[in-house]
Design a protein around this ligand. Structure first.
Ligand code: SAH
Length: 354
């Protein structure tokens, strides 16, 4: 295997692919062909690359590896057409992705890791810890597969599935440059949202890249004490540090930050919590997305009542904070938050124990 290349075929940039193909003694123009098959025609099998010599296909596979994801199951919501995909990776790991259809276009929610080590108390994806990071190609493939299998053009991406994207920073950055490449699917940075539980140094590092992606911060509490109860990461970074990093992000990119706030009955959903939150966010150019918590069976967190959600929202609005309540998609197919994947993995992170 060529020394300097550490990624599999679908994770390579065009420049890296050109270098590899030249090392293999082939003409550089072949790289453009291969790249087009991978990132525009979205082939899941090297055999499909009609105009690429068989020998070269085999050499490439041998040199760096070529992986595709495999659909294990698909559930389609009868309520809103949301589709949930369960995929197996080449090593047997199981991940999930969700296709949501909106008037403004199709959005895919992708996973960035197999499992997660952030330990948020209300989240099903973290119950078995982190198994491994996804490769850039495995993030791309969730979108490529869905677009090809459904015939629906994907225009928006949210990195809000299983995993903490900033805990897999380099692979996520490479994924972003490949998915926005004009020689690939050419998605607009503005149509991509990264959601993080708040890894402060990474927020700053991301800001320095000055991309036009959207940043969402999972805040879920108006003070550090309460946040520590819900999210272990709050022991490492304070809300003040997160807000400073968000201000820095805004300075660098001009992009308005979204704060996600999952409402848990009796825990963080009272009017006094809304008032504390207002104090913290008032001076920021931001948007708050209220998420009625999806109860998971391993914990006894309960969803706030419709009235307390409304009251919380009204208080924020009165104080001129932009706020929306997240529309729940695919309720009938357990589309939310890692709930379905666990059924397939039974706590093992691979599908084999089914
Ligand atoms: N690790 C990233 C992205 C994955 S989770 C992050 O923390 O932002 C995407 C969003 O769903 C986060 O805001 C997360 O806190 C929230 N979430 C996870 N489990 C949930 C649940 N059971 N109910 C409501 N929101 C949940």
């Amino acid at each position: 295997m060529p020394q300097q290349i550490q990624y599999d075929l679908k994770s390579l940039t065009l420049t890296e692919l050109e270098a590899l193909i030249e090392q293999l003694g082939e003409k550089k123009f072949r790289a453009g062909q291969v790249y087009g098959w991978l990132h525009q025609k979205l082939v899941q099998d090297l055999e499909e690359m009609g105009n690429v010599p068989k020998k070269l296909r085999e050499q490439l596979k041998e040199a760096v590896g070529f992986y595709s994801i495999r659909e294990l199951d698909r559930l389609v919501s009868e309520i809103d057409g949301t589709s949930k995909f369960i995929f197996a990776l080449h090593d047997g790991s199981v991940i999930e992705s969700v296709l949501m259809k909106y008037k403004h276009g199709n959005s895919v929610c992708i996973s960035s890791q197999v499992g997660c080590r952030m330990g948020c108390r209300f989240c099903a994806s973290t119950l078995d810890g982190l198994s491994r990071n996804l490769l850039p190609s495995e993030m791309l493939d969730q979108i490529y597969y869905i677009q090809r299998a459904t015939g629906e053009r994907v225009s928006n991406i949210v990195i809000m599935g299983t995993g903490e994207p900033f805990d897999n920073f380099d692979h996520v950055m490479r994924f972003l440059s490949l998915i926005t490449d004009e020689k690939g699917l050419n998605l607009s940075q503005r149509n991509i949202t990264i959601s993080t539980c708040g890894l402060v140094p990474r927020i700053r590092q991301f800001a320095d890249r000055q991309m036009q992606c959207n940043l969402a911060i999972s805040l879920h509490a108006p003070n550090d004490e309460m946040r520590r109860e819900l999210m272990p990461i709050a022991n490492s970074y304070t809300i003040d540090e997160i807000i400073e990093a968000c201000e820095y992000f805004f300075e660098k990119t001009g992009r308005r930050i979204t704060f996600e706030y999952s409402l848990v009955a009796g825990v963080n959903d009272k009017p006094e919590h809304a008032k504390l939150l207002i104090k913290r966010l008032r001076h920021l150019n931001c948007h708050v997305n209220l998420i009625p918590v999806n109860p998971i069976k391993e914990r006894d967190y309960k969803q706030s009542t419709a009235d307390s959600i409304k009251e919380f929202k009204n208080l924020l609005e009165k104080n001129r904070i932009n706020v929306t309540i997240r529309r729940e998609m695919g309720r009938d197919i357990q589309a939310a938050c890692g709930q379905l994947r666990r059924k397939y993995t039974n706590g093992n992170q691979t599908g084999e124990c089914l």
